[in-house]
Ligand binder design. Structure first.
Ligand SMILES: [Mn+2]
Length: 310
């Protein structure tokens, strides 16, 4: 069974379909999709992206954790939040079965653990606290899921809390939105320098597990020992950068004696170029000269992150 980890889709259902078709071609049905969250929002077809992943989840062939955009969708569906200008999740929330989708999403985990070739890891959308053991991370994710997944009123009250008021609500925010961290603080803002990235503080504690995450398109693909950051901003194509959907395909066996699956360097990535520009800074895309920009399908696929070298 090949594990295939994919970064932030954000409603780019065509690229998700291309990736699934490539996986089927390579592995037939013998693959399992691991989705880092932010499957929805900003892009054109959230409903179709959700349906595809749900079909695989229900067939026991996908793992899917919640990202900040799923939390936005759930919050809007529970009446806590109005849709904003760049939200595209109206295709889910405006449908007759919207509440059923909100309830299905509420029951998705925030953290999933697993092993690759014997090495333990967790998948989470955004960030993990420095010094957290794998069991502590899983327990924090479960505590958030417990309050999110049951009674609707409990979930609404939980999401309405300010993260500073409640430890579990803060954990949900950190797991789905964090980017910067020190041993004592964290933030959803980008750090001023690479040294402030959450994963630098996390790595300094010499964790015995790996992390697969997304959420940070401006950081880009992040490959270092124990870490795979997969958000390469498919939906951001044309915002001064190329966007693509990235998949990581770890080996099911160690590459060499003593090697671990999360060691770097690592080149086992697939990248699906964004089919077109999706994200418009203004409400009038016709005024955008790059609206129909097409990506060169032969361009160099993998971008280094400045965080790899820092
Ligand atoms: Mn995100």
């Amino acid at each position: 069974m090949q594990q295939i980890f994919i970064g932030d889709v954000q409603g780019c259902a065509d690229e998700l379909e291309s990736l699934c078709a490539r996986a089927t071609e390579a592995f037939s049905d013998d693959f399992e999709l691991w989705v880092v969250g932010d499957l929805v929002n900003r892009g054109p077809d959230n409903r179709r992206a959700l349906e595809r992943v749900r079909e695989l989840v229900e067939a026991g062939r996908a793992q899917y954790v919640l990202g900040n955009h799923e939390i936005h969708l759930i919050s809007s569906g529970l009446g806590l939040r109005d849709l904003e200008e760049n939200d595209s999740i109206g295709d889910v929330l405006g449908a007759p079965d919207a509440s059923e989708w909100v309830d299905w999403l509420r029951r998705r985990p925030v953290v999933v653990e697993g092993t690759i070739a014997g090495q333990a890891f967790a998948m989470v959308h955004a960030s993990v606290g420095p010094g957290w053991s794998l069991s502590e991370l899983v327990a924090r994710g479960e505590a958030a899921s417990e309050r999110l997944s049951g009674d609707r009123e409990v979930a609404r009250a939980f999401l309405a809390l300010d993260p500073s008021e409640d430890r579990v609500r803060e954990d949900l925010a950190r797991l789905t939105r964090g980017r910067a961290a020190t041993d004592s603080e964290w933030s959803s803002q980008e750090p001023e320098t690479p040294k402030g990235a959450w994963h630098r503080a996390w790595s300094a504690h010499d964790p015995d597990y790996g992390i697969v995450y997304g959420h940070w398109a401006r950081q880009g693909l992040h490959v270092s020992d124990g870490l795979r950051g997969l958000d390469t901003g498919c939906v951001h194509h044309g915002r001064g950068r190329d966007g693509f959907l990235t998949a990581w395909l770890p080996d099911s066996q160690p590459r060499s004696a003593g090697a671990r699956p999360f060691d770097a360097p690592d080149e086992r990535f697939w990248q699906i170029p964004a089919k077109r520009r999706y994200y418009y800074p203004s409400q009038d895309p016709s005024q955008d000269p790059a609206r129909d920009a097409v990506q060169d399908p032969n361009r160099d696929p993998v971008r280094d992150s400045r965080y790899d070298r820092a």
